[in-house]
Structure formats: C-alpha cells, structure tokens
Ligand binder design. Structure first.
Ligand code: SF4
Length: 472
C-alpha cells in the first residue's frame, strides 16, 4: 500500500522522525564538511608561484576546482596526475613523475605542493620516495621546491587537509632555525575562505606598524583584479618568507582547530614563541587579537583602531534591539562557530542548535565554557558529527528565528520558513560575500548589517498592511 506523499512530508517534520533521525549511525546525509585535499589546495594557493598538484584521480581534482570556482567565481588552477585503474593496481609512481614533468614544463611554477586523494592513500603510495625518484630522473630540477602532504579523505575534513599541507610547507621548505631570529611576526589565519578577512588582517597589522608575514595568503589568488590580462600566479606569500619561516620572532595563530598539527610543530618541535587567539569575530575576540599582537610585537594600539572599536560598539548598540533575544541555529567549521557564537552572545542573541560535522571533543569543551559564560548561552546544544539532515529535524521540531551557515543550509531554512544568513564555505548562491570581512571591527559592522537587516527584511515581507511601518 502506498503512503500519500503529504503524510511522509508531515512525518519527516515530526519529533518522532527526529528521534529516528538522531538514532541513525551508518549513514551521513549532506555533512557540513569537505574532504582533506580541498583544504590542502586552498593552503597551496596561498604561496606565490605555487601550483597545487593532486596525486590521485582527476574527478577529485575537478570537484575541488569546481567547488572553489563556484564560491569565488574565479578560475582556480590545480593539476592532477590522473591516476586510473592501472595506477590503483600498480601504484602511482609513473603518474606522479610524468605529471611533475608536464606541470613543470607547461605551467612554469615557482614551486609545487603535492597532496593526495583517497585512491593514492588506500594503496599506500609513498610520495616522498616518488618525488625523490622524479628528481633523480630529472623530471624536475634537483633543487626545485616541493611541499608534500598526505591528505587521506577517509579521516578528518578539509581543515585537517589544510593543516597537513601547511605543516608540509614548513617541514619541506623552511630553512632550519638559526640562533639569530629576524623580527618578523608570522600570522597564521587558518582555514578561512574570505579574502576579505585576510585583507582585513593585513590592514590591521599595517595600522599597528608590525612587520609580519601572513602564512599563507591566498587573498590575491582567489580574488585577482580583472585587468584584462590573465596571470597564472597573481599573488601569495613569497617563497623567501616561507624559507625564513622558522626564524620568526613569534607565531600568532588566529584559529585553534584548523591548525593544531602546525601549531604543535612550531611550538613543540621548533620551540618558537607562539600564541593562539580565537578567530577574531566580534568585539571581544578582536580585542584579544589586537592586544596579543600588541604584546608580541611591542606596539601600542593607535587611536585609529580605538575609534574603529568605538564605531563597532555604537553599531552594536544601535542594532541590539533587533538581535537581542532572537534564537539562532548555526552550522560550519569549528573555529567559525566559536567566533560566531561569541559574537551572538555579545549581541544578546540566543544560540540554540550548533551543528559541527567536523568538530572535536576539545571544540565541544571550549564551546561549553563559552556558552556557560553567558546567560544567553544556556539553551544551546552543540551537536558534534551531525549533518544537515539532523539540522533539518532540529529546525522543524525546535524552531529558531534564523539559520547561519553556508549555502547548503538554504533547503532546511526554506522548509523551516526562516531566513538563512550566509556565512562560511561554500557560498554559491549570493555574490561578493567573501569580499566582506567578518573579522575585526569591520567584521562586526558587516555581521550586524547582515543579521539585523535580514530580520528587518523578514518583518517587512511578512507584515500586514496595518503593521507595515516606515520606521523599524
Ligand atoms: S573524498 Fe576522496 S574520492 Fe571523494 S573527492 Fe575527496 S579525495 Fe576524492
């Protein structure tokens, strides 16, 4: 007997279905994460002249490039050695050697970053040995700079891949630490898909008068100016600054969970002075970022930044009535979620459902502390390892006023009849958002604008004539 479609539609909105949905163990539906090599590719784009080289299948590479091009609306350069069935049986060494030779000859990179897909990892390809053989066979010059990373996608996510690749760059290409350090602060943004954020960090560091290197910096690669002339390598952290990276005066990590392996390497193995701050989203986290830079670099906070802070606080006060007491659901990467939750708590917003497919137990603990620190955090539950189908059940059974997350959230938001404010990766159905910073005091203004105005739009759209007011 067939069940009417309307009955099924109602049933999947019910608390009974939610319970079954949350009991699901062996099936993932639309996870809020991508695979490791995608993160490695973004990291590789951040070094000047670097060509990302995917050791694995062509389809995976097409998926990474496609995802990034849809988000940035820019061409994203990366090559693949196109492993097929034969390589899966006999190993991918010949693919890698021939691929390196072709890529070096055709695209004339200044350096390359080699990382793997599932196929290469399942068969256990030893890319270090293969690259050594490529040099011996003169497929590439003996001294050609190459960074390597194993990025198996059956564990971790895009943030793990980003971390592995960044560590690979430092291990493979940075010169050993000498005793005489140079006075340069290395700032690691972490997995951050906003060129607007990277530019905001650079602007703030310039105002503070700090000598710094952003490691890595793909802002000009994923957001190159349209001058009518195509540049294969339009920017990035210079190789010379990567080579000097272990002689930094200190390291400042602007995320916690997307660079944990790199942090351990810098702090515990290289013994370089290191600080970590939460992603500077919101006034409190921006204050922490600026104060930490100020202490590490011995610079005072100029009046220009004090005024910026004052304007952000003023904007927060103006918009407070529209955000205070509103209930939110959020999904995305752990560092982003931590920053956004902190910002919402500052504004008197009430986070309720927080979905993190790729969050760790350490992230859950940090979130618990953050939520416990505010009266507005008491209703929140952090759902680790859950996906967007779980999120849909939550939105339909325990309603909130707004969803915050990337474009993938639009279906659940529509079913729940609430607005989606698009923050995160990927954003494929709105333009330009990646160009607007969500970090720093400028980010506070942008977040307030997006969130408060989305509520006001909703109010105008749903008001009856009697309540359709000029003033809001
Ligand atoms: S999960 Fe594995 S097979 Fe799928 S795109 Fe990523 S690397 Fe390729």
């Amino acid at each position: 007997m067939s069940v009417p479609a309307a009955d099924i539609t109602n049933w999947i909105d019910s608390p009974e279905y939610k319970e079954l949905n949350f009991a699901r163990k062996d099936l993932v539906v639309n996870p809020a994460k991508a695979c490791q090599p995608l993160g490695a590719l973004i990291c590789a784009l951040g070094f000047e002249g670097c060509l990302p080289f995917v050791h694995g299948s062509q389809g995976c590479t097409a998926y990474f490039r496609n995802s990034l091009s849809r988000h940035y609306r820019e061409p994203v350069g990366a090559v693949s050695d196109s492993m097929t069935e034969e390589a899966a049986v006999f190993g991918g060494q010949s693919n890698l050697i021939e691929g390196l030779k072709n890529a070096y000859t055709l695209y004339k990179p200044g350096l390359m970053a080699v990382f793997t897909t599932c196929m290469a990892e399942v068969i256990g390809d030893d890319i270090k040995a293969y690259v050594d053989n490529a040099r011996k066979q003169k497929a590439i010059p003996e001294d050609f700079p190459l960074a390597l990373a194993h990025t198996p996608s059956f564990k971790g996510s895009h943030i793990t891949g980003y971390d592995n690749m960044l560590k690979g760059f430092l291990e493979g290409l940075a010169a050993p630490r000498r005793h005489a350090t140079h006075l340069r602060l290395y700032v690691v943004p972490g997995f951050d898909t906003y060129p607007g954020n990277l530019r905001e960090y650079k602007r703030l560091l310039r105002i503070l008068g700090v000598t710094y290197t952003l490691l890595p910096d793909y802002s000009d690669v994923v957001d190159a100016p349209n001058t009518g002339e195509f540049k294969m390598y339009p920017g990035g952290t210079p190789l010379a600054e990567l080579q000097e990276a272990l002689n930094a005066s200190g390291y400042l990590f602007l995320q916690t969970y997307s660079t944990s392996a790199t942090l351990k390497y810098i702090k515990n193995v290289q013994k370089i002075p290191t600080e970590t701050v939460p992603m500077p989203i919101g006034v409190i986290n921006t204050d922490k970022f600026l104060m930490t830079v100020s202490q590490m670099a011995g610079k005072s906070i100029p009046a220009e930044l004090e005024n910026e802070r004052g304007r952000a606080v003023d904007a927060a006060t103006d918009a407070h009535p529209y955000i205070h007491g509103k209930r939110f659901a959020l999904f995305g990467d752990p560092d982003l979620l931590y920053g956004l939750t902190s910002f919402l708590l500052e504004m008197g917003g009430v986070p309720v459902h927080i979905i993190s497919t790729n969050g760790s137990a350490a992230f859950a603990k940090d979130m618990e502390e953050l939520l416990n620190s505010s009266p507005y955090g008491q209703e929140a539950t952090v759902h680790l390892g859950k996906d967007l189908w779980h999120l849909r059940s939550l939105l339909l059974t325990e309603p909130v006023d707004m969803l915050i997350g990337d474009s993938h959230g639009k279906f659940a938001a529509r079913d729940a009849g609430i607005p989606l404010v698009r923050i995160g990766f990927p954003i494929t159905d709105r333009v330009n958002l990646h160009r607007y910073p969500i970090v720093g005091y400028a980010g506070v203004l942008n977040l307030i604008t997006m969130i408060a105005n989305a509520f006001l739009e909703e109010k105008d759209r749903t008001s009856t004539d009697a309540y359709f007011e000029l003033l809001r």
